[in-house]
Design a protein around this ligand. Structure first.
Ligand code: CA
Ligand code: CA
Length: 191
């Protein structure tokens, strides 16, 4: 740990460890590293929330704010280093073939990540208010408050198996059973 000041070189052995952990190729890691350092304006080896907001793909994504929030679940409260950055990106790596599967981009990990995007206060369950907040971000002003409220109610009623009015991770997983999470949660950041 520790922040080394100045420009930080990526070591070969570190690249190998990251390859192992995230499934990204050597080339992809090098390219993502240069992306990371260009976002890191203070050049201190970690990204702040402000740094993330400079990513255009996140700025235009209605869930951008939630995605940034999830990055900070992996890092500390106010900074994300390169390893943590890639660990989050690794969850969005498309699953093309069985051998590309590693422990980060499995269905389970993608679902965990999606769950965290909803669980704003981090208490491991999704409340009606949290669901409403995300629905707001996704549909914007196109749907009335009343309609959103009834969508939230219906979603909770359908998913809530133990009747505590919240969606736990287990309840979330079974609600998502028929959703193609592997496809929906794959993003191409390198093109
Ligand atoms: Ca919560
Ligand atoms: Ca429940």
């Amino acid at each position: 740990m520790g922040n080394r000041a100045g420009s930080i070189q990526l070591q070969e052995d570190e690249i190998r460890e990251i390859q192992e952990e995230t499934g990204f190729s050597h080339n992809q890691i090098v390219r993502l590293y240069s992306r990371f350092t260009s976002l890191d304006k203070e050049n201190n080896g970690s990204l702040s929330r402000e740094d993330f907001l400079r990513i255009p793909e996140l700025a235009i994504n209605p869930l951008g704010d939630r995605i940034v929030h999830a990055f900070f679940n992996e890092g500390t409260d106010d900074s994300v280093n390169f390893r943590q950055f890639l660990r989050v990106l690794g969850r969005f790596r498309p699953l093309k073939a069985a051998q590309e599967k590693n422990k980060l981009n499995t269905r389970e990990e993608k679902l965990k990540f999606a769950f965290k995007m909803y669980d704003l206060d981090g208490d491991d369950k999704i409340s009606r208010d949290e669901l409403l907040a995300v629905l707001h971000m996704m549909v914007g002003a196109n749907i009335s408050e009343e309609q959103l409220g009834s969508i939230a109610d219906r979603t909770i009623t359908e998913a809530d198996k133990d009747g505590d009015q919240h969606i736990s991770f287990e309840e979330f997983v079974s609600a998502m059973e028929r959703v193609d999470v592997e496809q929906k949660m794959s993003i191409r950041f390198l093109h």
